[in-house]
Design a protein around this ligand. Structure first.
Ligand SMILES: Cc1cc2nc3c(=O)[nH]c(=O)nc-3n(C[C@H](O)[C@H](O)[C@H](O)COP(=O)(O)OP(=O)(O)OC[C@H]3O[C@@H](n4cnc5c(N)ncnc54)[C@H](O)[C@@H]3O)c2cc1C
Length: 377
């Protein structure tokens, strides 16, 4: 028996859940399929820019209930430990994905969204309708499908997306720690072949999350050795590790992280969040972009179903256009900065530049973040 909905969302991360909440709030019949169960820890720096707050308020998502840390300052250091500081012009908050995604999951269910734990294995579009199939052989029909399946998924292979066939050199490691670290600070510390973010989340826990080049990482036996021999060569990171105690049984890891360009619409599926493009984590803006892209997609879908957008082609055209207008420059800036940071000489030159012209750091923060999200009246 086939279930039918107005909108089917593949993936229940930040982007998918926000979209589910927005569309359910407007009375649409929404189904969301997520392969994992909630709650679950995710590899992420867990710092979110305050630019999303007006929109979250509009959706009645009150993150203050989760007691996040309030982050106002950024500290950036080179591999030798030389520090440059800057104010975050909008500020942000620190909250674990374990708590945040679970809260959004509960909120979406409350609003009537149907959430199914399963893995989508096939998507078909025929006669203006989607047919979605899962690995448990369930089948769903829907007018609209949103791709919110993150940075890398079985569906990228199925859809033969270009980026999936290219090798990716990045892996990431994340863990929570107890220890001493300022509540209002996000530290971004460079080490050979990577960089590491440190900030507080709820309940006084410290999140340490780093991105590393696989070529550098593979020379070491395991994470502990890599952390000791490479990451901790930055004295600021050594100090944090020395004063902290691991709260996870072992750190979470992911590999094959790709920052290649992706398409915002694929086989008529509107892609949101990382599925449409992953910004380098050093920008600390991926979550805000995931939430923002959910807003853009939701508003356009509501207009389309209300016949304010005359055709599916126009919907797809508009979504692509809005997506590029909002995120293309940020993504390009992230790629540019990352190239500098992992290059020893360029990185040293960049640091000198920041020391002489500290306003450049504030400029970069502005260029890698968005403005507070305006609500469409
Ligand atoms: C190392 C690192 C550090 C980061 N730090 C920060 C930071 O500090 N601040 C910030 O703003 N951003 C950060 N980001 C980026 C941020 O984590 C992402 O941009 C954000 O998680 C995107 O959310 P999403 O909903 O698009 O994807 P996800 O949260 O990954 O959700 C995708 C979901 O889809 C599900 N899924 C996949 N395939 C299927 C399928 N076939 N069927 C059903 N479900 C499926 C997955 O299980 C997953 O739950 C970081 C990223 C990395 C890699």
């Amino acid at each position: 028996m086939e279930a039918k909905s107005d909108v089917l969302i593949i993936g229940g991360g930040l982007a998918g859940l926000t979209c589910a909440i927005h569309l359910s709030k407007f009375g649409l019949k929404v189904t969301l399929i997520e392969k994992n169960e909630f709650p679950k820890h995710k590899v992420c720096g867990e710092y979110i820019s305050n630019e999303v707050i007006p929109y979250l308020n509009y959706l009645a998502i009150d993150v203050s209930l989760l007691k996040p840390s309030k982050i106002t300052d950024l500290e950036f250091s080179n591999p030798k430990g030389k520090i440059i500081s800057a104010k975050l012009h909008l500020g942000g908050f620190g909250i674990s994905r374990y708590e945040l995604d679970y809260y959004l999951f509960e909120k979406a269910k409350e609003l009537g969204c149907k959430i199914i734990q399963d893995t989508v294995s096939e998507t078909h579009f025929k006669e203006n309708e989607f047919n979605i199939i899962t690995t448990s052989s369930l089948s769903f029909k829907s007018k609209i499908v949103i791709g919110a399946f993150g940075k890398r998924s079985n569906l990228d292979q199925k859809l033969e997306r270009d980026f999936i066939f290219k090798k990716s050199a990045w892996l990431a490691v994340k863990s929570h720690y107890s220890g001493v670290f300022p509540n209002n600070l996000v530290g971004l510390h460079n080490f050979e072949g990577g960089y590491c973010g440190v900030s507080k989340v709820e309940n006084d826990k410290i999140n340490i999350c780093y991105l590393a080049n696989f070529e550098t990482f593979k020379k070491y036996k395991n994470i502990e050795e890599f952390q000791y021999e490479v990451v901790s060569k930055n004295p600021n990171l050594k100090a944090v590790f020395d004063r902290s105690t691991l709260l996870f049984e072992k750190p979470l890891t992911i590999s094959q992280i790709s920052f290649e360009k992706k398409s915002a619409v694929e086989n008529h599926i509107l892609m949101i969040g990382d599925t449409a493009g992953l910004i380098h984590p050093l920008c600390g803006n991926g979550m805000a972009m995931a939430i923002h892209s959910a807003k853009i997609a939701s508003e356009l879908i509501l207009d389309f179903l209300d016949n304010k957008i005359e055709s599916r082609n126009k919907l797809e055209e508009k979504y692509t256009q809005f997506w590029k207008a909002n995120f293309k420059t940020r993504l390009a800036m992230g790629r540019f900065l990352s190239r500098i940071l992992v290059h020893e000489k360029l990185s040293a030159f960049f640091m000198q530049l920041l020391i002489i012209f500290p306003f450049i750091l504030a400029f970069i923060i502005k260029k890698t973040h968005g403005k507070p999200l305006i609500i469409k009246s």
